[in-house]
Design a protein around this ligand. Structure first.
Ligand SMILES: [Zn+2]
Length: 358
């Protein structure tokens, strides 16, 4: 391998599975190219000269769009040291916008270097696949698992999670249903209106529906077990740190590992960059997604950062608080996000995050 440009994190000769129409006489499905991994992209060129001259690459993807980097069975393409990069492709018009790039290394050292460099570069990517196929799609099915008959059938193997050798130390307990967010009563409240929930100053309530402009639906977590409408102006939000579904600084890779083993709809709210960013991580059918929750500077309201197709119209939906944003995701998956549960995490030393379960 050679690294002539400062911008390259890793580069070298590599084989790529040919994408153009193949001749029946061609001996190999793969052709030699020169691969380059930079901070922002993975690309390949016909030759290293093409790259050093600053020519346009034959192929380029943003690292940001990579969803998994996994090995491929030797038998899949009769090619050893083969691996695949699964990525999100924005230009495709239909819904199936996930593609696989099949690559192969010339020797074991290079194979391991490519895998580790690519995986390292993808550590904080917004979407991680939970499962993959280690074989090839033949048109009738996957060579790795005869059962799956569609290209999009969910994978038969669990994706590698990068950079966390000690994830097995984390013991997961069952996920807990997400009822809502906590508020504390500023003053006492009583009303004759049917369906109204009375409360006293200092009572703790859980808001389960914050869609109303004047009243929210809540249940009391201190005095009674009542359920009903409360005037939202008479309560104040608990801080996020007090919420059982809020986790402090957890790396993306560990969050992915935690949520991968949970059901779709399971989520964690966490901070990143020493508290400078707030990230909503959640499990979907096939992936774990990490999206940033931002305070919009113009409106001083909270919204999710538009990073994937699933949340493309998210910019139009803004909320007074992060809690209300999460409530909206729980009530109506308007943002393309469904939040139903959150996990509790037990470390090997017995510390437990999540307050409702020991
Ligand atoms: Zn499979």
């Amino acid at each position: 391998m050679e690294c002539k440009k400062e911008t390259a994190k890793f580069c070298g000769n590599i084989l790529v599975r040919k994408t153009r129409r193949r001749s029946f006489l061609a001996k190999s499905l793969f052709e030699g190219v020169f691969g380059v991994l930079t901070d922002g992209s993975f690309e390949y060129y016909h030759s290293s000269a093409q790259w050093t001259k600053g020519e346009k690459p034959e192929f380029s993807i943003e690292v940001f769009n990579i969803q998994s980097v996994e090995e491929v069975d030797d038998g899949a393409f009769s090619q050893a040291l083969c691996f695949q990069v699964t990525y999100h492709c924005r230009t495709k018009k239909d819904n199936f916008n996930t593609r696989n790039l099949y690559l192969a290394a010339y020797d074991l050292d290079e194979f391991e270097s490519w895998l580790s460099s690519l995986r390292l570069a993808c550590l904080d990517n917004p979407v991680s696949l939970t499962q993959y196929h280690s074989g090839r799609f033949t048109g009738k099915g996957w060579s790795c698992c005869k059962a799956a008959t569609f290209r999009s059938s969910s994978g038969c193997k669990t994706c590698t999670i990068y950079g966390i050798p000690d994830v097995k130390k984390q013991k997961l307990s069952l996920a807990i249903a997400f009822h809502g967010f906590g508020v504390v009563a500023r003053e006492s409240h009583y009303s004759d209106m049917p369906g109204s929930l009375p409360f006293n100053t200092g009572d703790h309530l859980t808001v389960s529906d914050a869609s109303g402009n004047v009243e929210w639906k809540a249940f009391s977590t201190t005095s009674t077990s009542g359920y009903g409408y409360i005037p939202k102006d008479l309560v104040k939000l608990k801080s996020l740190e007090e919420e059982p579904w809020f986790f402090d600084e957890i790396p993306t890779s560990i969050t992915t590992a935690i949520l991968r083993d949970q059901v779709p709809g399971c989520f964690i709210l966490r901070t990143s960059g020493l508290g400078t960013r707030t990230i909503l991580s959640f499990r979907t059918d096939r992936t774990v997604k990490h999206i940033e929750v931002l305070l919009d500077e113009a409106t001083q309201k909270y919204r999710v950062k538009d990073e994937s197709d699933a949340v493309s119209y998210a910019n139009f939906l803004q909320f007074d608080s992060i809690q209300q944003l999460l409530d909206q995701c729980k009530q109506h998956p308007t943002l393309g996000i469904t939040l139903e549960k959150y996990p509790t995490i037990k470390n090997a030393d017995g510390n437990c995050r999540g307050r409702e379960v020991v």
